[in-house]
Design a protein around this ligand. Structure first.
Ligand code: HEM
Length: 487
């Protein structure tokens, strides 16, 4: 009997222990699940959309239209300025919020990193500033900023840019019909060949220009590395560009002295000590980052000016007065500094037709921002053009109005280096090191184009921003030389 009682109390003890341990485990699991739930709840509001494709099609339709923030604006109305959706099979946090966009850019490398597919990294190079991270990125970014700072522009770029403009824009005939998009591309590629490599003989420029053009086309194409596809042609162009760069490096070493007019490459070899493969990738990265952006900003500036005769007239007056004042054939740095209305035209073009419509980042860890948690690995997309085209920030946001930048209330907003409301060149550690160079090139392009030609538009056109920024009909115009009109 005693034995039986002992057995019963032992059984109870085991049972109670099992219940207790189970309860504790259940509690821990429930606590964890609760935490997971809370985390899910705190992702910015939004929706998953269709299985797998999510909102990718809506996204594509918007960015391929002439008003890229269309989809973002619809989502903002429903969910607020920071929302989540599913893009390309992954969660994405998209933002039309100026402060959050700034927060993302300022925390580059710490909380967020820029991420690109392998096919793109293979093409632009694994050692270039765009694809590297951390310490290496900071080093290369510093070198790029140094190569293109204001002092260098004054001494190394100002005259060379103008020579390229005269060469590429000077020879159109009266009544010649051109596609301005193609002409701007040619101008930008010649600028790149000349300024990056210091190449100026016509045959060499043409050869390099073809390679550069093939390379840039491949960066914006479907990544299929089989003969016949643009990506494959671009990979071949990359190899050729690298062998040309290596040849120039070799020549430079043999001569042993700084080469006058040897471009960014020559100065890079003189002033920095990068391994040869890093030098080639460095140059190729500048080529990729600077080419399409500059081409399309030149093109869009002329497109907007054509639609706004009052701005065109004021711009022409500014440039005509410069030429008669200086009397010299080439413009000086003072002339450039006196182009105040031109700067407003460039700013307004970048606001309304900014090429970098969004930035692509990934959360490096779970990131807390206000009440939201952005989970590690999630895409984060600061949608710059949604801010630039926000009616609450810019009245008459969809109108081309360069005079807005002269208004006192927009003075701070206009600071493209630090303004949360106007960031056409990005910000933080990846802020565009070519911003000043691009502005100089665009201003000089406008000078030579508007003072040499008058034009009439032959076909209706509209902007589109995907897969690359463009005017869908290439902006067909008929030119008349101004000089011949007055003769
Ligand atoms: C109007 C013309 C241009 C625009 C609108 C523009 C815009 C931008 C933007 C928004 C970024 C930041 C990208 C990001 O954060 O992911 C960027 C980066 C960059 N840009 Fe530009 N850019 C222009 C012209 C140029 C030119 C002419 C060059 C050089 C020749 C250049 C070189 C670069 C480089 C190397 C980076 C990468 C910096 C890094 O990742 O550290 N850009 N640009």
């Amino acid at each position: 009997m005693e034995k039986m009682r002992e057995n019963i109390s032992e059984t109870w003890l085991v049972l109670i222990s099992v219940i207790l341990v189970t309860a504790i485990f259940a509690k821990i699991i429930l606590f964890k699940l609760g935490k997971e739930d809370k985390r899910k709840c705190r992702l910015p509001p939004g929706r998953r959309g269709w299985p797998l494709i999510g909102d990718s099609i809506n996204w594509y339709n918007a960015v391929a239209s002439s008003h890229p923030p269309q989809f973002v604006e619809e989502m903002v109305k429903r969910y607020g300025k920071i929302f989540s959706c599913s893009l390309f099979g992954k969660w994405a946090v998209v933002s039309a919020d100026p402060s959050f966009n700034r927060f993302v850019m300022q925390n580059e490398g710490r909380l967020f990193i820029s991420s690109y597919p392998k096919s793109f990294r293979d093409l632009v190079g694994k050692n270039g500033v765009i694809t590297v991270q951390g310490e290496q990125q900071r080093k290369l970014h510093g070198i790029a900023s140094n190569m293109m700072r204001l002092e260098k522009l004054k001494f190394h770029f100002l005259n060379d840019i103008q020579k390229v403009m005269v060469q590429t824009l000077g020879n159109f005939n009266n009544n010649q019909v051109i596609l301005l998009q193609d002409v701007c591309r040619k101008v930008a590629i010649h600028l790149m060949v000349n300024q990056l490599l210091g190449v100026s003989s016509e045959s060499q420029v043409n050869e390099m220009a073809q390679l550069f053009s093939d390379f840039v086309d491949g960066c914006l194409s479907i990544p299929i590395n089989i003969p016949g596809y643009a990506y494959h042609t671009a990979m071949k162009a990359r190899e050729n560009i690298i062998s040309k760069i290596n040849k120039i490096i070799e020549e430079h070493r043999q001569k042993g002295a700084p080469m006058e007019g040897s471009g960014v490459l020559g100065r890079l070899l003189e002033e920095e000590s990068l391994p040869d493969d890093a030098v080639a990738d460095f140059i190729i990265n500048l080529l990729f980052a600077g080419n399409e952006t500059t081409t399309k900003t030149m093109l869009f500036a002329v497109y907007f000016l054509t639609q706004c005769p009052r701005a065109m007239k004021q711009l022409l007056e500014e440039h005509s007065s410069l030429r008669s004042d200086s009397g010299d054939e080439l413009l000086t740095w003072q002339d450039y500094k006196a182009m105040s209305f031109t700067q407003c035209v460039i700013d307004e073009t970048l606001r309304l037709g900014g090429i970098a419509i969004w930035l692509m980042r990934e959360a490096k860890e779970d990131v807390q921002y206000q009440d939201f948690i952005i989970p590690k690995g999630c895409f984060v997309v600061p949608f710059l053009s949604a801010v630039h085209l926000d009616e609450k920030i810019y009245s008459g946001a969809l109108d081309f109005n360069p005079w807005r930048w002269m208004e006192h209330e927009n003075e701070e907003k206009r600071n493209w280096r630090s303004s949360p409301f106007y960031a056409p060149f990005g910000g933080g550690a990846r802020f565009c090191p070519g911003a000043e160079l691009a502005r100089l090139q665009i201003a000089l392009f406008l000078h030579y184009f508007v003072t040499t030609y008058r034009w009439t538009q032959m076909k209706e056109d509209r902007m589109s921003f995907f897969p690359s920024a463009r005017l869908v009909n290439g902006f067909e115009i008929c030119l008349t030389r101004r000089q011949d009109e007055t003769d």
